[in-house]
Write a protein that binds this ligand. Structure first.
Ligand SMILES: [Zn+2]
Length: 276
């Protein structure tokens, strides 16, 4: 009898602890039942292409490809400083290459207008996003799950979560220029996309454990079927490879004689060296 009472007490304590933990931290299995993927799917209503342009290789390729094809482009640039955190999620990393990215985009915009006079009208002034007001908590939660459980992002706070927040606030899908690669988001997402170019988007039929990826429903992946080498070949064929040379990829620029230069050793630099 004594043993039974002890067992009963222990069981009650366990139930209370479980209830306390459950009520404070919602588990993914309960959370995902509340997710409504449909609200993240939106059809494209306009001719304008909303492109996340960083001045980097992939997004610059996309901007040039669209201008070359006579399409109107609305570039969007995240200019807040706390776009990424460090690998341990402890501190926000201040971007070291923001100035370089902005300079590259200005230069490329100028060069594009020289080659394509219609770019004056087609390439709209960049929208700079300085602050995210009232972020969607569900997107935050899903992005956190994609980072911690599925490894889709290398950092807890990352630019993609911000981009998805912006896409949610816009009434149009946003083009995210992720290349065809065997690492990073490109690798994770390419197994779940349907369609090509502007219509390349996440499938509506996500496996249950990937349901939280529905927050990418507003994203389009126009270059996910292309490698950097493919983009380089297309750019040469269409005559805008100079723009790619002027794009800025380096994460850690170095100062040499008062001039900011690519470091030549980070992942982004190494990939470029193979091309140019
Ligand atoms: Zn570098």
């Amino acid at each position: 009898m004594g043993n039974f009472l002890s067992f009963l007490k222990l069981s009650i304590i366990i139930i209370i602890i479980y209830w306390l933990v459950e009520s404070t931290s919602e588990s993914y299995s309960t959370f995902k039942h509340k997710l409504t993927p449909k609200k993240y799917r939106r059809e494209i209503q306009t001719d304008t292409h909303y492109v996340c342009w960083t001045g980097g290789y992939d997004s610059t390729f996309r901007v040039c490809q669209l201008i070359h094809a006579g399409k109107r482009v609305q570039p969007i640039y995240l200019s807040m400083d706390d776009v990424d955190d460090d690998k341990n999620g402890l501190i926000r990393v201040q971007r070291k290459n923001k100035k370089n990215e902005l300079q590259s985009m200005e230069k490329i915009r100028h060069l594009l207008k020289e080659i394509y006079p219609q770019a004056t009208h087609l390439l709209l002034p960049t929208l700079y996003i300085n602050k995210l007001v009232d972020p969607n908590l569900e997107i935050q939660k899903c992005a956190s799950y994609l980072y911690s459980k599925l490894g889709w992002f290398s950092r807890k706070v990352n630019q993609y979560e911000r981009i998805l927040q912006i896409a949610f606030k816009l009434s149009e899908p946003l083009e995210i220029c992720v290349e065809n690669s065997d690492d990073g988001l490109g690798q994770s997402i390419k197994n779940f996309v349907v369609g090509v170019e502007r219509n390349c988007r996440l499938t509506n039929k996500l496996p249950d454990e990937y349901k939280c990826a529905c927050i990418f429903g507003l994203a389009r992946f126009p270059v996910i079927h292309l490698t950097k080498e493919d983009m380089w070949e297309i750019a040469i064929k269409d005559g805008y490879e100079t723009m790619l040379v002027h794009s800025w990829s380096c994460w850690n620029p170095i100062m040499v004689k008062g001039k900011s230069l690519p470091c030549g050793t980070c992942d982004m630099c190494r990939h470029r060296i193979k091309l140019f």
